[in-house]
Design a binder for this molecule. Structure first.
Ligand code: KIV
Ligand code: NA
Length: 276
C-alpha cells in the first residue's frame, strides 16, 4: 500500500506504529522498500554517515538533492522525506519555501523535515501553504550543536520539558504533518504524543511515540566506536562487510579469485590464431 500523509495520519488514529529509517542511496532504498518500511528519511546525518564530517553543519542543498534523487528511484510505496540542511530555511521564509521546493522538484521528495519548534513556525506555515508537507524535528536538534554545547538529552528539567510541549503544539498548529522527537525522556515523549493529533516519530524517545526512526548504519552496526543508548543493533553488517573485504583481499593476492567459474571462454579456433 502506498504511504501518504493521509495514510500516516490514519496509522496514528488507529494505533498502528510507523517505521522510519534513514537512507542515502538507491541500493539500500530498494531493500527498505522490499522490507515494507513506511517512511524513508534522507537525513542530513549523511554529512556524517556518507561524507565523513563530524557534524551536520557542512551539508549543502546539492548534497541533499543528490542523495534524495538517488533514493527516490528505488521507492514505490515508501514515503520519502528529505531533511532541509543547515542555513537552507533559517535565513528567510523565501529561502525556506524555495529550498523545500527544490527538494521536491529536483530530489523527488514527498515531504521535507526541518529542525526547531516555535522559532521556525513561520517557515512551516509557508512551506505547507506551498503544498509541501512538513515534518518538524524537536528535542535534540543536531544543527544547533554549537548553541547546545554538545549532544545531550533535551527536556529533562521543568523549563525544557514545558518548552518541548509548547514547541510540539506550535509546530502542529503551524501545519506540520509529523514531528520527530529526538533524545527526550520517554515519559515526556509519551505525553507529547498523546497531546498531538499528528504522528510523533521518536529517536531516543521511548516506545510511547507513534513511530520510530534510526540511522541505518547505527541499527546495522556499521560504525566502530560510540553507541548511543537508544541504538539497537539489528545485525552486524559492519563486521560482515569487513570480513568479506579481508577474504577478497586474501583471495586476490593468493590467486584464488577469480576461478574458472568467474571467467569468460573464447573459441578455441580464434585462440589458436591469436596465439601464433
Ligand atoms: O538526519 C537524520 O538522520 C535525522 C534523524 C536521526 C531523525 O534527522
Ligand atoms: Na537530520
Amino acid at each position: 500500500m502506498k504511504r501518504t500523509v493521509t495514510s500516516l495520519a490514519k496509522a496514528k488514529q488507529e494505533g498502528r506504529k510507523i517505521s522510519m529509517l534513514t537512507c542515502y542511496d538507491y541500493t539500500t532504498a530498494c531493500l527498505m522498500e522490499k522490507a515494507g518500511i513506511d517512511c524513508i528519511l534522507i537525513g542530513d546525518s549523511l554529512g556524517m554517515t556518507i561524507l565523513g564530517y563530524k557534524d551536520t553543519l557542512s551539508v549543502t542543498m546539492e548534497d541533499m538533492i543528490h542523495h534524495t534523487r538517488a533514493v527516490s528511484r528505488g521507492l514505490e510505496n515508501t514515503f520519502l522525506i528529505a531533511d532541509m540542511p543547515f542555513l537552507s530555511y533559517q535565513t528567510s521564509i523565501y529561502d525556506a519555501v524555495y529550498n523545500a521546493g527544490r527538494l521536491v522538484k529536483e530530489g523527488h521528495a514527498q515531504a521535507v523535515k526541518l529542525e526547531g519548534g516555535a522559532k521556525v513556525c513561520e517557515q512551516i506555515e509557508a512551506i505547507t501553504k506551498a503544498d509541501i508537507p512538513v515534518c518538524a524535528h524537536i528535542g535534540l536538534t543536531p544543527q544547533s550543536i554549537n548553541s547546545f554545547g554538545g549532544f545531550k538529552v533535551q527536556g529533562k528539567n521543568l523549563n525544557q520539558a514545558k518548552q518541548l510541549i509548547e514547541d510540539a503544539l506550535a509546530v502542529e498548529k503551524a501545519g506540520a504533518f509529523m514531528v520527530v522527537l529526538e533524545c527526550v525522556p520517554a515519559k515526556l515523549a509519551s505525553i507529547v504524543s498523546k497531546k498531538l493529533h499528528i504522528p510523533t516519530i521518536g529517536i531516543g524517545a521511548g516506545a510511547g511515540c507513534d513511530g520510530q526512526v534510526l540511522v541505518y548504519q547505527d541499527m546495522l552496526n556499521m560504525f566502530d566506536g560510540l553507541k548511543p543508548k537508544f541504538v539497537k543493533h539489528f545485525a552486524n553488517i559492519g563486521e560482515e562487510m569487513k570480513d568479506a573485504f579481508v577474504k577478497y583481499d586474501e583471495e586476490v593476492k593468493a590467486g584464488v579469485y577469480p576461478s574458472e567459474e568467474h571467467t569468460f571462454a573464447i573459441d578455441e579456433e580464434i585462440l589458436k590464431e591469436i596465439e601464433e
